[in-house]
Write a new protein. Structure first.
Length: 237
């Protein structure tokens, strides 16, 4: 049986109600899919790496596309909440507010987000920058304590909703190689893990992309998930 993670885990690596992806951690959503230090509440304070504003720091994605984080790169020291490493409270709060809108009224454009990228800011990836700014404005309206100036907008090719629908077509697909996990990353493709042989097979990749309706599929070698228990749990002694 293919292990499916909790649906909320689609929304980020450290799901605490909504997406929270720490620093260099992958901006990804998990199996089945599919995910700024400014001042003041004005929506115009939202930073846009495509057309940088004065408050924008050096963009990790010069072409304005959704950042692809490097898990091996050093991260900023995490914030401590009651002695436990965590996302910075300011970025976490904005991420929560954005997630509420991104999985609601703005699901047509919301792709993913990376919390503390860099520290204290939220990299928000959307398929339309104008709608993305409205998303952040709506997030601030819903939670006035969430600072919209901490958001940096980037472009993604696909929304989370589109990648989720494509990924679900692959779950249970009968193919020549097993599918271990299905996920989406930075709004560009559906990601699949399989055996080493499957990862090397161009035919397997082509079959998966046919199943998704032409949405790109990145196939990599992964570890077979531990099967879930079927039937009742054994009685405690």
């Amino acid at each position: 049986m293919l292990r499916r993670t909790n649906r909320r885990h689609l929304r980020g690596v450290k799901a605490q109600g909504r997406p929270t992806v720490k620093g260099s951690a992958a901006a990804a959503v998990a199996a089945v899919l599919l995910t700024g230090c400014g001042k003041g509440p004005a929506a115009s304070a939202v930073s846009d790496p495509v057309a940088p504003a004065a408050v924008v720091t050096a963009s990790p994605s010069p072409d304005g596309t959704c950042p692809v984080t490097d898990p091996t790169a050093p991260e900023s020291p995490p914030a401590l909440v009651e002695g436990t490493p965590s996302n910075t409270p300011e970025a976490q709060r904005l991420s929560q507010a954005i997630g509420d809108q991104g999985y609601g009224a703005f699901a047509d454009v919301y792709s993913t987000q990376i919390v503390d990228h860099p520290s204290g800011r939220v990299a928000l990836c959307v398929t339309d920058l104008a709608r993305g700014r409205l998303l952040v404005k709506a997030a601030h309206a819903a939670d006035p304590g969430a600072d919209p100036a901490r958001a940096d907008l980037y472009l993604s090719t696909y929304s989370h909703r589109v990648l989720q629908a494509a990924g679900e077509k692959l779950i249970g697909l009968k193919a020549e190689f097993p599918i271990y996990t299905v996920s989406g990353s930075h709004g560009a493709a559906v990601e699949v893990t399989t055996t080493a042989e499957g990862a090397a097979s161009a035919e397997f990749k082509a079959r998966l992309e046919k199943a998704t309706g032409g949405i790109p599929v990145a196939v990599t070698k992964g570890d077979q998930p531990t099967p879930l228990l079927d039937g009742p749990m054994p009685a405690a002694r």
